[in-house]
Design a protein around this ligand. Structure first.
Ligand code: ZN
Length: 292
């Protein structure tokens, strides 16, 4: 019997780290790994097109036995029945003609009990998830503080960010890598940014002052203990989600597929260091210190 797969429902937006569900399919991928898909999961998968936040790790269990999930990934099955995982998915997230899923790659082969139709318990490694959530929130706050700290360097309007500041982030960010309690962002400071009206020379000459300004702003935000949350537009992995944070300057809303803290009170501090060793490449390293 061919059971049709439906889009995976996800519960991580509300902060869930565990849940029960039914196995929809178990596939052995071309690379040899076994990937499990369930109807509803607490696992946050790494995005296959913008892999900023790593996927959750954890366990799938039933009747006292369990298997390890290495790192949850995006998966998709085409209307023709082609199953693809992660970077092997040939289309953009949410594309028509594909059903969008969360894949749970196993550390090893699937045991006999882990088969289509089985009822299972899913649990995410919660301390790691919490660290990644802090890292992701810190990453967004650092980018907003960066935009504010560079606002006077624009000769033309580059468009506004989530707090109304000139959007350096959108113009220059080329990669964002989130880890537990921090992130590393790369910004391209090339000709096109200069042509867009950004004063790269003054920026380079005042780098240390900019870093001080960003860190002062971040300290203020952490001190505010502002609420932070993920707002989903629907229940499945491909429904749009955004991060909302009620900062003193106003509520910032940023489209975001990741996980976040519930409050900035979860931090003791967030700070950045700016590196311009390569004058064409700004590297911003963000470090969060969690509250005990
Ligand atoms: Zn994000």
């Amino acid at each position: 019997m061919l059971v049709s797969t439906s889009a995976t429902t996800v519960t991580f937006a509300s902060g869930a780290g565990s849940g029960s569900s039914t196995v929809q399919r178990v596939d052995v991928t071309p690379s040899g790994g076994t990937v499990v898909v369930v109807e509803s999961t607490p696992f946050h998968p790494v995005d296959h097109t913008w892999p900023d936040q790593p996927g959750d790790s954890g366990q799938i269990a039933a009747d006292g036995v369990s298997v390890r999930v290495t790192e949850a990934v995006m998966a998709a099955v085409s209307d023709e029945g082609v199953f693809a995982v992660g970077a092997d998915i040939p289309v953009k997230r949410g594309a028509e003609g594909w059903t969008w899923l969360v894949g749970h790659p196993l550390d090893g082969d699937a045991p006999a009990w882990l088969a289509e139709g089985a009822r299972v318990d899913l649990s995410v490694d919660v301390p790691r998830r919490a660290g990644l959530s802090r890292g992701h929130t810190a990453c967004h706050l650092a980018s907003l503080a960066l935009d504010l700290a560079l606002a006077d360097l624009w000769r033309k309007d580059p468009g506004a960010d989530a707090l109304g500041a000139p959007n350096f982030e959108a113009r220059a960010n080329q990669s964002s890598r989130i880890h537990e309690d921090g992130s590393v962002d790369d910004y391209r400071l090339g000709k096109s940014l200069r042509r867009a009206g950004f004063d790269t020379e003054t920026f380079a000459a005042t780098l240390a002052d900019r870093e001080v300004a960003i860190n002062a702003r971040l300290a203020e935000w952490v001190g505010s203990g502002a609420p932070s949350r993920v707002v989903p537009e629907g229940p499945t992995i491909v429904d749009r989600r955004s991060w909302h944070c009620e900062l003193p300057e106003g509520t910032a809303e940023i489209l975001c597929g990741g996980t976040h803290v519930a409050s900035l009170a979860e931090f003791v501090s967030i700070s950045v260091s700016l590196d311009l060793t390569d004058p064409q490449l700004l590297v911003m390293t963000t470090t969060a210190v969690p509250a005990a």
